[in-house]
Design a protein. Structure first.
Length: 377
C-alpha cells in the first residue's frame, strides 16, 4: 500500500515555469480593476484571438489581418470594447516598467488556462536535494577522477553511471526499472486563476567587492535588459501530493538498501539541508556585492526554514547551484569547484561563479521559493 502525503506549498517569491509560448499586445487588452478593498489593479485580459477574429464582420477581418502584420499592433487600440466572452484568463500586471506593444510576455504553464507547478518540477527539485545530501568526500573524489575531463567539463556517460550507483540497484538490468525514484510520485499542484506579470532583470557581481551591476544589451545607456514573465505570485498557497509507492513486501529483495532515500523523513531533511546551504551561499553573495534587496529576502526566509517546514526552490531562476551538486563540491574542494567553473564559463570572470541572479525589478526578489508542509493522508 502506498504512503500518501498531502503537501501545501506557500509561495514565498514569484514562481515561473514556462509553457514554451510567448505573446504580445496583439493577444491581450489592458484594463484597470477595482478590488473589494478599493485597490486599483493594472490587469490584462488574454484574448482567444481565433474566436475573436471569427466573430468579426468581413470588413473588420480584413482590417484586423492588415493591422496584425504591424509588430507594434495593440489589440486594445484596435477594439476598446472586446467582450469578456473572448477572454481566456486575466493577468495582474506587477511590472515596474511599462510593457510596450511588441514586448513579448513569457507565458506560464497552464491547464485549462490556470497556472500550476508540474509535479515533475517539484520531484526534480526533491531529487536534487536528496542527491546533495548524499555527496560526501568520497563522492567528490569520484567526480574529480572519473566524471570530469581535464578541461573541467562533465563526461555525460560517467555522470549517468554515477547517478545510477546512487539511486539504482544493481540487481535489475533495466536502468529505468532499477531507479528507486520511480516509486516516488509527485502530483501536479493545484492551480491559480490569475498569474502576475513581473519584469525580471539580471543582477551581476561586479569586479569590485561591494558593487554590482545589471545585465544590459546596450553598452552605451547601460539600461538593464528586462524579461516579462507570468508567475504564480508570492502569498499563493498550492497543494499537491507526494506518493511513496515502495512496498517492502513486493520490492524488498531489490531495493532494501535504497528505500530510505524516498522516506518522507529523509525527503524533508534533505530539502532542509540543501536549502539551508543554498540560502547561506546567497546571503554571502548578496552581502559581498551589496545587493540589499536580495540580502533582506534571504535573511528573512533563513529564519523560517526547518526540517518540518523546509524551503524549496523550483522553476525558472533556480540556477546552477540549485540544480547541481556543485554547492557541495564548493564546500569540500574549492580547487575542483573552480575547475568545473572554468569548464563551464571559460575565462570571462574569475572573481565569482555563478556571477548572476534573476530578480524581480519590483521588490528585488529571486524567483521560485516555496515553503512546504506535510500531512499524511
Amino acid at each position: 500500500m502506498s504512503d500518501v502525503y498531502n503537501c501545501e506549498a506557500k509561495v514565498l517569491s514569484p514562481i515561473h515555469i514556462g509553457s514554451g509560448e510567448k505573446y504580445t499586445a496583439s493577444e491581450y487588452v489592458q484594463a484597470k480593476v477595482k478590488t473589494k478593498k478599493g485597490t486599483i489593479l493594472n490587469t490584462a485580459k488574454r484574448i482567444d484571438v481565433s474566436r475573436y477574429y471569427m466573430d468579426l464582420d468581413e470588413n473588420k477581418k480584413d482590417e484586423f489581418l492588415r493591422d496584425l502584420s504591424n509588430p507594434n499592433f495593440d489589440l486594445g487600440s484596435f477594439d476598446k470594447k472586446i467582450s469578456n466572452n473572448f477572454m481566456r484568463y486575466r493577468v495582474i500586471n506587477k511590472s515596474k516598467s511599462e510593457i510596450s506593444p511588441n514586448q513579448e510576455i513569457t507565458e506560464s504553464i497552464k491547464t485549462l488556462d490556470k497556472s500550476y507547478v508540474p509535479g515533475s518540477s517539484i520531484k526534480g527539485a526533491i531529487k536534487s536535494a536528496i542527491l546533495y545530501g548524499l555527496i560526501d568526500d568520497d563522492a567528490v573524489d569520484t567526480i574529480e577522477h572519473k566524471i570530469l575531463r581535464n578541461n573541467g567539463r562533465v563526461q555525460n556517460r560517467e555522470y549517468t553511471n554515477f547517478l545510477s550507483d546512487i539511486f539504482s540497484t544493481r540487481s535489475i538490468r533495466n536502468s529505468a526499472q532499477a531507479d528507486i525514484m520511480k516509486f516516488l510520485q509527485v502530483t501536479d499542484s493545484s492551480t491559480i486563476k490569475s498569474p502576475y506579470i513581473y519584469d525580471i532583470l539580471t543582477v551581476m557581481a561586479a569586479f569590485r567587492k561591494g558593487h554590482h551591476e545589471y545585465y544590459s544589451r546596450n553598452r552605451n545607456t547601460r539600461t538593464p535588459t528586462l524579461s516579462f514573465l507570468e508567475t504564480i505570485p508570492a502569498g499563493s498557497k498550492l497543494t499537491f501530493d507526494i506518493i511513496n509507492g515502495y512496498s517492502k513486501l513486493v520490492h524488498k529483495r531489490n531495493f532494501e538498501n535504497k528505500k530510505n532515500l524516498i522516506d518522507i523523513d529523509n525527503i524533508k531533511k534533505s530539502i532542509f539541508i540543501f536549502s539551508k546551504s543554498l540560502i547561506n551561499n546567497e546571503l554571502e553573495f548578496a552581502d559581498d556585492y551589496g545587493i540589499d534587496t536580495l540580502y533582506k529576502f534571504y535573511n528573512k526566509i533563513e529564519k523560517i526554514n526547518s526540517i518540518d517546514n523546509p524551503l524549496l526552490k523550483v522553476g525558472a531562476g533556480s540556477g546552477y547551484l540549485a540544480t547541481t551538486v556543485n554547492l557541495k563540491i564548493k564546500k569540500y574542494d574549492s580547487y575542483l569547484y573552480n575547475k568545473i567553473a572554468d569548464g563551464t564559463r571559460g575565462k570571462n570572470y574569475e572573481y565569482e561563479f555563478p556571477k548572476s541572479r534573476k530578480i524581480t525589478q519590483n521588490g528585488g526578489k529571486p524567483l521560485g521559493w516555496i515553503q512546504l508542509s506535510f500531512k499524511e493522508s
